[in-house]
Design a protein around this ligand. Structure first.
Ligand code: GRF
Length: 200
């Protein structure tokens, strides 16, 4: 469905550095034809919410606290996505699994950033620092980041972009996480730009 403007909704749960990278890129005109017009957090305490407010982006929270029932929470999420006239959903450090209801409603219009070279170190239990701890423990010489379309699995959708990052001697999970995070920001911006161009 060709459009002249792509409305992006970013789903967050934490610090929001990936969100910040997208905010900065859209404000600099690096992603023509797209705007972030809604941020939805799964947590009231996510600093990502502050980042959005500083840039005048409408935010809301759909949390497990308010909606303990998964189905009700996903229905509320779908309602908010529709209110925002969402064309493209970006999961940026979002820690909840989306229901088939949402996946079907936004087929090939949901993308996720994961801090490893999928299919390694991904899926259930592999998120945040735990990914990097596993990479270090396995003695890997390289890691990386992946942006992929979201399907009904966990970190299993079609890969859009992937970039390798070296694991350096003496790296800790924290030092590796910081190096991978820079690459996440870089490939998230380029992947969003690529998908937006396909949707325009
Ligand atoms: C990043 O490593 C991201 O890949 C993971 O959460 C970490 C923090 O992301 N999902 P952000 O700073 O909240 O964007």
């Amino acid at each position: 469905m060709a459009k002249d403007k792509i409305n992006i909704t970013v789903l967050v749960s934490g610090g929001g550095t990936n969100l910040q990278a997208l905010i900065d890129a859209t404000e600099k005109g690096e992603i023509p034809g797209a705007a972030i017009n809604r941020i939805i957090s799964s947590s009231y305490s996510a600093y990502a919410l502050e980042r959005g407010k500083k840039h005048g982006i409408e935010t809301c929270v759909v949390s497990g606290k308010d909606y303990p029932d998964e189905n009700e929470r996903n229905e509320k999420l779908l309602e908010e996505l529709r209110n925002a006239k969402t064309d493209l959903i970006v999961l940026a450090g979002y820690m909840k699994v989306l229901s088939p209801l949402i996946i079907k409603a936004y087929e090939r219009r949901i993308i996720n950033i994961h801090p490893s070279l999928i299919p390694k170190y991904c899926g259930k239990g592999f998120y945040g620092i735990r990914v990097h701890e596993a990479v270090i423990a396995a003695g890997e010489k390289e890691s990386g980041a992946t942006v992929h379309f979201v399907d009904e699995g966990v970190d299993t959708g079609e890969i859009i972009t992937q970039k390798k990052v070296p694991v350096l001697p003496g790296d800790t999970a924290e030092s590796l996480a910081a190096r991978v995070l820079e690459t996440e920001h870089e490939i998230l911006k380029s992947s969003v730009k690529k998908v937006v161009e396909e949707l325009l």
